[in-house]
Ligand binder design. Structure first.
Ligand SMILES: [Zn+2]
Length: 227
């Protein structure tokens, strides 16, 4: 196989893989996948993006030769998911506000005349454990993410409901712009239980695309999860 053929084959794999990722997103399936599969989907998303960005656009000096590879490349570049996504990769996460007594979803209702209403909080971080455990869970935290402290002060608690990794801040903005966190929340949809930030971070830092079995075996009993 020549280098050009190999490159075309790689681009085709990238196109098929990204088509699959788009369908998973469109059908809202990504949020229902088990954490290990969701991490693998995130890594695939990231890898496809890098592959597309690595394909240099033809320079003006070179007349464009529209063979199959070039056509495919320009098609991929025009897709919304392939747009350059600068910035470091981290965790996009979703917090779901819950009633500490019943464990049910309970949105935060503001006191203002506009009646602000927040059932969820979207965030992005490079350090998931520090962000969730040291900042969001800390009632005296005064940094970014005040909404969570307001919810805690109002007697609510929260669960880590959804995580994407690796993901940039732009990915967080795109998800937010799609609206309705409720639709994306596996806890509110009843499709999955709360996540443990320590486990998610440990799985994400493992270079293997799939969960090592040792991590899966040490999952705590769901009954012991935060309430
Ligand atoms: Zn929720």
């Amino acid at each position: 196989m020549s280098a050009a053929e190999l490159h075309r084959a790689e681009l085709r794999v990238a196109a098929v893989a990204s088509g699959l990722l788009m369908l998973l997103d469109e059908h809202g399936i990504t949020g229902q996948l088990p954490q290990d599969a969701r991490n693998a989907a995130g890594q695939l998303r990231h890898t496809v993006k890098l592959a597309v960005q690595a394909a240099q656009p033809p320079t003006l000096a070179t007349p464009p030769s529209l063979d199959g590879g070039d056509a495919l490349r320009s098609w991929i570049r025009s897709q919304p998911w392939a747009q350059p996504d600068p910035g470091p990769a981290g965790f996009v996460y979703l917090l779901c506000f819950r009633d500490p007594l019943t464990g049910e979803h309970r949105p935060l209702r503001g006191n203002g005349c506009r009646g602000q209403y927040a059932g969820h909080y979207w965030g992005w971080t490079e350090d998931l454990v520090r962000r969730i455990v040291r900042e969001h869970r800390n009632p005296r935290w005064a940094g970014p993410g005040r909404l969570v402290q307001v919810a805690l002060a109002a007697g609510l608690t929260f669960e880590l409901a959804y995580v994407e990794y690796p993901a940039t801040r732009s990915r967080e903005r795109r998800i937010k712009n799609q609206g309705s966190a409720y639709r994306r929340c596996p806890l509110c949809r009843g499709t999955a239980g709360p996540l443990d930030p320590f486990q998610v971070a440990a799985a994400a830092s493992d270079p293997a695309p799939a969960y090592p079995s040792a991590v899966a075996e040490h999952r705590p009993d769901p009954q012991g999860a935060l309430s």
